[in-house]
Design a binder for this molecule. Structure first.
Ligand code: SF4
Length: 264
């Protein structure tokens, strides 16, 4: 029997969406990473996350004023935690669908934050868009700590599971959920993507692969880095590691093209 999903938002009508510099973060670009790299896609970035990675580059989805979470940018005297009401918008599913429909792509990437915290509303969004055009295809970017509900599982086409390692500064009990790892390891729609900065990250990935019996062809390794220079420093040895261990390599196309610019 599959494990029971954890409780998540039960509101099927409203989505909490990230607002970046005053704009809802729904934009048209190409998928820059992993199995679907290169596909023109509409991105819908939800707000809220159940993890708090110390190097997170979408910290405006969770690092709210008054919370105790640490971030690498704390070292920058100009860094401020985010005012929730400014950086998160509550939108009806219908409004989100209208914005997605305005773009020509039929591949939609549900990203975050952690989108699987808001499954009922995402299911409603997927159904609504498919009523307009059955060609819509949906992938979700998830940190691999939440199980899908059965209606979410039925609606989604692809899981891009990006579990967090020790370098994220999240406690192991929060970042490594055994039942969720096992679920996605066995799910033919799921593909794993690990961000690797150094050798000990690679060793951790290999341990996780063994612990949860994840097939090598389901694993992509991606260099850590939000600048072209950082990616260039890690690319070559990571490609060699992929060759050695039979894993797949993914670059970060959006960083190569746009640097660390957001919403493009
Ligand atoms: S899981 Fe993703 S969105 Fe959440 S804190 Fe980590 S990097 Fe950021």
């Amino acid at each position: 029997m599959p494990p029971k999903p954890q409780p998540v938002s039960t509101d099927p009508n409203t989505l909490k969406i990230a607002r970046l510099n005053g704009q809802l973060e729904i934009f048209y670009s190409i998928q820059g990473e992993g199995k679907s790299a290169g596909i023109p896609s509409v991105f819908v970035r939800t707000s809220l996350c159940n993890l708090h990675c110390i190097w997170c580059d979408t910290d405006y989805t969770w690092n709210w004023e008054g919370t105790p979470f640490a971030h690498v940018n704390d070292a920058n005297p100009e860094y401020r935690k985010f005012h929730k009401k400014t950086w998160m918008a509550r939108c009806s599913v219908g409004e989100i669908a209208e914005r997605v429909l305005a773009y020509p792509a039929r591949n939609v990437v549900l990203t975050g934050g952690e989108p699987m915290m808001q499954q009922p509303a995402l299911v409603a969004l997927m159904h609504l868009l498919r009523q307009h055009d059955a060609a819509y295809r949906f992938e979700v970017e998830t940190n691999g700590t939440l199980l899908p509900h059965s209606d979410f599982e039925a609606a989604i086409d692809q899981y891009n599971v990006s579990p967090k390692l020790a370098n994220s500064n999240n406690p192991q009990r929060l970042r490594e959920k055994a039942a969720v790892y096992r679920y996605f390891a066995q799910n033919p729609k799921a593909w794993f993507k690990f961000v690797v900065a150094q050798l000990k990250d690679l060793e951790e990935v290999l341990l996780l692969q063994e612990r949860y019996a994840i097939a090598s062809e389901k694993i992509w390794l991606m260099p850590e880095g939000h600048t072209r220079q950082a990616l260039a420093r890690r690319r070559r040895w990571l490609v060699e590691a992929c060759k050695t261990h039979g894993l797949r390599y993914t670059d970060r196309l959006h960083v190569q093209i746009w640097g660390n610019q957001k919403g493009v």
